[in-house]
Design a protein around this ligand. Structure first.
Ligand code: SAM
Length: 282
């Protein structure tokens, strides 16, 4: 069977290298190269970009990224069994694919890359949220990445793009939307993967804004949001009382009713409260 890149179909690659999916590594593979090329296109114009891919596995998305013209792909994979399959892709695209064997939570890929940098990944579910939070909370802004195009369980994707007023709205939405533009660009049924997971999945595309939407100190905003949503059923005057002895006055000054709950509060108000807290004597 012919493929978009002349390399063997992914089913053959998986059979030849005995890449049976391991649940503990969050392995649900995409085998349709048209679909992986579509995900690569959702990341924007890759031609002048270096791309970080976390968890290439047998390389379906990697092949999509390369076929769609990524200048260079740096792929970080924990499972040594996938390395021979990835080496075959690297030979078909000389000089354009570097594979690092290791844990993406422990590897700093920046030394290997030249900006502009985009991150594209079908993330292992067990490390996906942790990686996203790290990418959203770097020491300085703008971050090293221009965009993130990431597959999550649909429920997680919905939390990233959620607006105030519902259960999905929380810390992830505030962190993502404060300094990035986030939208769901694709949803996929379980059958798109092998093996099929229990739930639907979705691809979220986040573009880094040059500056935050509203000024605030990142550490103070993080504390406010963590405290507010950790006890999301409580009124804010109770949930945030550990942050300042006069939290009620600070809430009012930020235009927030002290009896409101965190899920009712939009970004602008959270940032106003973070600024008030940062400026308030204790
Ligand atoms: N990209 C492939 C695809 O779309 O078919 C595989 C995606 S699969 C959902 C997740 C991949 O991440 C697996 O290949 C798994 O081995 C790898 N992985 C799991 N934990 C990892 C970690 N901490 N660091 C790097 N890769 C990891």
């Amino acid at each position: 069977m012919s493929t978009i890149d002349g390399l063997p179909p992914l089913r053959d690659v998986i059979a030849r290298h005995d890449l049976r999916a391991k649940k503990q590594l969050g392995q649900n593979f995409l085998l349709d190269l048209n679909l992986t090329a579509k995900i690569a296109r959702a990341a924007g114009d890759l031609a002048g970009c270096d791309v970080i891919e976390v968890g290439p596995g047998p390389g379906g998305l990697t092949r999509g990224l390369l076929a769609e013209g990524a200048r260079h792909v740096l792929a970080i994979e924990k499972d040594a069994r996938a390395l021979p399959a990835l080496a075959e892709i690297a030979s078909a695209y000389p000089g354009r694919l570097t594979v690092i064997h290791g844990d993406a939570l422990e590897i700093d890929p920046l030394a290997h890359l030249t900006p502009p940098i985009r991150i594209v990944a079908n993330l292992p579910y067990n490390v996906g949220t942790e990686l996203l939070i790290r990418w959203l909370t770097p020491a300085a802004w703008p971050p090293f990445w221009q965009s993130l195009t990431l597959m999550f369980q649909k429920e997680v994707a919905e939390r990233i793009v959620a607006q105030p007023g519902g259960k999905a709205y929380g810390r992830l939405a505030v962190l993502a939307q404060w300094r990035a533009e986030a939208r769901i660009v694709m949803t996929l049924p379980p059958e798109a993967f092998v093996p099929a997971p229990k739930v639907h999945s979705a691809v979220v595309h986040l573009t880094a804004l040059p500056e935050p939407r509203y000024p605030a100190d990142p550490a103070v905003l993080s504390r406010v949001v963590a405290a507010g949503f950790n006890q999301r059923r409580k009124m804010l005057r109770a949930a945030l009382k550990g942050l300042h002895p006069d939290i009620e006055a600070l809430l009012v000054a930020a235009g927030i009713s002290p009896t409101a709950r965190a899920e009712e509060i939009g970004l602008e108000r959270f940032c106003a409260l973070a600024r008030g807290l940062a400026a308030a004597p204790r």
